[in-house]
Write a protein that binds this ligand. Structure first.
Ligand SMILES: [Fe+2]
Ligand SMILES: [Fe+2]
Length: 375
């Protein structure tokens, strides 16, 4: 009898986390956390030197700890980087996450998995997942300025954090070099015993060999399971075969309800991206964009002019070089406050919400120039 009672007790469901109140409180706390400041003023962000000795401005940077998160954007970080004349930005490296670059000034090229892609001011270039990549400034005299974003925070959340460290230019202050058989530096041993060894990830190298050489990947799929085996090759080829640079001069302006826009990267213009869209928008002097709302996140680099955004009724001032954050689900509209000069911005959008089935836009008001959009 006693055993019967105990068994009944064990079967009693525990009430945790599924009550309407707990769900609502969770939602409210998430909404509160995305209510951070919307404009990152360029002059408020200090220049810092990266591990490759290049200057960075970290506008939106992953803090790795939720409590330190300052900006209301979760799916993308954003930074500016300067490459001195005839230098490389980062040393050759790879990472699971994607990245996307807008060239503010200068000209240079990329080497991605051995393929060269040239870029110049106004272009956008993409780093697909785990591409072996390096950025180089081709000018003898001018620095190159790059605005970039990566979605590494999403990958961290998904348990995919790997970055290949292929080389570092100098020994960190709290480490000693590990020397290879020829006396070359092959890594660092930190004072606490932690070791960082350079090199390509052997597991990923094996994955590439498998995708390119194993007949299973090229044999037409007979079963549903086979579909996933051949997908390995398909994904690998997808990122290799797409153009990784979009020249601004090759993309037409579209006169849309939201304003005059060049859609540089989007699902209809493939660039090897899975989770990024990008566009350039121009707002005429004294005018405004359309007004809309969407569940995907958006960040803007203001490249010309000054003005302000209205987000859910609140006004946020911006000027050239600032970064504007548009969190998920916020009604927003952009205003050019200058009666003589146009304002220009480059926008990066996260496709994560789109991939989750929340990619649509609630269009709420047309811009004054193109009501209804021009066909
Ligand atoms: Fe990178
Ligand atoms: Fe938007």
């Amino acid at each position: 009898m006693e055993r019967e009672l105990e068994r009944t007790k064990e079967k009693e469901p525990l009430a945790f986390f599924d009550s309407p109140r707990e769900r609502l409180e969770w939602d409210i706390s998430m909404r509160r956390r995305i209510m951070g400041p919307r404009v990152v003023k360029s002059d408020s962000i200090p220049w810092v030197t990266s591990s490759t000795d290049r200057l960075h401005k970290q506008f939106i940077w992953p803090p790795w700890q939720e409590t330190q998160y300052k900006w209301p954007i979760r799916t993308m970080f954003a930074a500016e980087q300067v490459i001195p004349p005839r230098q490389t930005a980062a040393l050759r490296h790879r990472h699971y996450n994607e990245a996307i670059f807008y060239v503010i000034e200068g000209k240079g090229h990329e080497i991605h998995d051995g393929i060269r892609y040239d870029w110049e001011a106004g272009d956008i270039y993409t780093i697909p997942v785990y591409a072996d990549h390096q950025h180089l400034n081709d000018s003898d005299t001018q620095p190159a300025r790059l605005f970039f974003s990566a979605n590494s925070y999403i990958y961290t959340f998904a348990g995919m954090t790997h970055v290949d460290s292929l080389k570092l230019p100098r020994t960190p202050p709290d480490a000693d070099p590990i020397l290879g058989p020829g006396g070359e530096t092959i890594g660092f041993r930190y004072k606490d015993g932690f070791e960082l060894r350079f090199g390509l990830d052997p597991a990923w190298e094996a994955r590439i060999r498998y995708a390119t050489a194993n007949p299973l990947c090229t044999t037409p799929a007979k079963t549903t399971y086979d579909h996933y085996v051949t997908r390995l090759k398909d994904e690998f080829e997808f990122t290799l075969k797409q153009p990784h640079v979009v020249k601004q001069r090759d993309v037409p302006w579209e006169d849309t309800r939201m304003g005059r826009i060049k859609f540089m990267v989007h699902p209809g213009r493939t660039t090897g991206m899975y989770l990024y869209d990008a566009f350039i928008q121009e707002i005429p002097p004294g005018s405004r964009s359309g007004k809309h709302r969407h569940l995907f996140e958006e960040i803007h680099l203001i490249t010309e002019g000054k003005g302000y955004d209205i987000h859910d009724g609140a006004r946020w001032e911006w000027e050239a070089e600032d970064v504007v954050c548009i969190p998920t689900g916020v009604v927003h509209q952009h205003f050019n406050a200058d009666p003589r000069q146009p304002a220009k911005l480059v926008a990066f959008q996260s496709r994560l919400a789109m991939a989750l089935g929340h990619g649509g836009i609630e269009h709420l008001e047309d811009c004054p120039e193109f009501p209804g959009g021009v066909p």
